[in-house]
Design a protein around this ligand. Sequence first.
Ligand code: 6A9
Length: 786
Amino acid sequence: FYALYMRSSLARRVVTLHPSPQVLHDNSTSATVSPQRFWGSYRPQVYFGMKTRSPRSMVTGLMWMRQSPEVEVSLRHTCEQGDRLHGYGWLAHDGLSFGVQEIRDTDFILTTEFVKRPGGDHGGDWTWRVTAKQQSSAPQPPIISLMFYVAADTQGSLQAHVEERGRLSSVTGSSEELGSFKVTFGKPTAGEAAGTKYASYNHLKTVSPGLEKLTDIVRNSLSRRFVFSPPSGERRPYIGVDVHRPPPQPQQQKQMDPRKESDFVLHQVTVQTPFQIEVLFESGSFRERPNQLAGRVMTEALEEKVAAFNGKFEETFGLQGKGFTPGQVKFAKAALSNMLGGMGYFHGQSIVQSSYNEHPLLYPEGSLFTAVPSRSFFPRGFLWDEGFHQLLVGRWDPEATREALAHWLDLMNADGWIPREQILGDEARSKVPAEFVVQWNENANPPTLFLTLQALLDAESSGRRSAATEGFFRRIFPRLRTWFEWYNVTQSGPLPGSYRWRGRDKDVNLFLNPKTLTSGLDDFPRASHPSADERHVDLRCWMALASSIMARVAQLLGEPASDYRRAERELSDNARLAELHWSEHLGAFADYGNHTPAVSLVQEKVYIPPGQPRHQFPAARLVRSVRRTPKLQYVNALGYVSLFPFLLHLLTPDSPKLGHILRDMRDPGKLWTPYGLRSLSKADPMYMKRNTEHDAPYWRGPIWININYLAVRALYHYGNMDGPYRESVAALYQELRTNIINNVYKQYMETGYIWEQYNDTTGWGQGSHPFTGWSALVMLIMAEQY
Ligand code: 6A9
């Protein structure tokens, strides 16, 4: 009985939140406590949309399509790589009060701008302006439909106000957090001072079962029966949402979906480029409005915001002062703006599992204010990505960083675990294949939040922003303590001072090398046969960093720091580090475990009885063949993992091992490329090898900017310390820094995007895009802020 009882209480523990007081004060994101940050572009997954930082926020958004009846409908809404836009992203965004985005579609450009205006009790007003311009020199300027919408999320209501000729002129509504409000749709003009332009109007007033269904609802209500007939121009059929064609609602689905239906109102305006349209959100509690935030007033507000942004940007990062060209400065502004404009506010429940549960469980409801790696492909929070994101955000807006950290730490469970990938709410879940949704409670991710904390502490000791930071550290300390312990307990290795990532791939026969997703370096080669004998050098280094930050925080707060100091001393002890991880054979730091390099992927043998037709049997898969028995030894894979003692500044500046690392880094046959450091040595047998037939090499060659940022930062660090390598380090610093900046910039100019990773032979951007998560750190490399 006792065992059973223990089991069920352990099973519940995974979904029990940490008992210490939440870092976020009650209602800390509400309109009352934080009015300036209430509304924002916190829906990074759509091209243009806003919501409030509240659980079931009213949302606003934009869809659009080019009217070209000959071709398939190209409805744009959520950021999709399949849309093949020539580029999109924020050019300026202060993370707080305004943003300017440029979206380059096939043959026209949309500029989407917003400005907020504080006032009243519900987060104030804002205005959107969308400007469309033809791009090509085609004789017929394109006709475009913009679709502005307001949608409730299980609470609040909306009323549509339709004027002459079926034009929806405004939406009024109310919700718990917004009180009453009004959204007004301006008429299109040819420019700010110009008169209105001919346009056709359609609208939709319906209900939706969930925000992830909005695109489908619109798509299903499109009809081709409308005619665009400008007074002086040819009549052309166009596609519009049709009130007379309510979206089909299969009865069955309705029954299965217990969710409450919510109001959804959409205004479609169809007009020929060039044009400009404004949409005004006005809060009912905003009593003394001096004027409407529209037209000239809007233009002036925008100009003021942009000027302030530019001023603060130069003051903070000094790129002009460093001699960067206007083009490069513009690029750096875009990188920062996309990080800020990519911040999202998510609410919902993770799906988690521990070995004590037979089935996955729902994690407690929670909210997350976080930056996201990629608006198109992974528009949600990732734990170790966030530690990098906040290095950049924190330079610009330390309060935003404290709030993001607070949200992340408040998601911690009683054991000290924070789920690695945060898939909160139906909208987020709709983007993730089922097999990736469940988060296991044994799985870690690098504790990069300590990098962010380190930056906050450094700012503290250099005398900036003191009181706020200290209060913040006091609130997070109990959670940090548990978090640190959680790594030490759950990810400990076989020998004292060693660590091991849990959660490696189990089905070892299917992979050339079983992945270690938890390390963040997914398919970087580790021991060929996962076992409890493994020790991972990167994790040991992360823990060295963690312990040193714990010690600093404890000291700052006057809490006992000696245990953390001791851990720091032990984990940064160079002799012990070498004992555990220095491979003489490789001449580099390495993992250790049950390993053989003699593995390859081969076609599975399918037995086909004589005389039987081949095609009646399943296609042969690739499976792993192991030609030599694994044994306990170093995993001699030179790459990012080997660099960690250097990346996290653990080596003493006079260590000969530092010399080895510098040589390997600078060797074009190993890690050096003209575009940055590649993830795995060109000389490694697994260099650019697929892991399965469907799994292309990911961390086995390509260049990643987060690790390159750490490398440049480490070179900067050692370049400022006395030692035998000081001069070569300083030269390497300049070279690596220049290579990274030049390539990321060049790719951005050529493709319109910042990318997830860069090809180590061509420098080309590849993988998910836009990826203005950690790749945006190139901006800090330009600013030399480490
Ligand atoms: C797959 C596909 C629409 C992989 O940047 C986030 C993470 C990093 O933390 C990690 O280090 N990325 C890196 O190796 C992307 C992970 C995406 C997983 C989700 C689902 C969705 O399809």
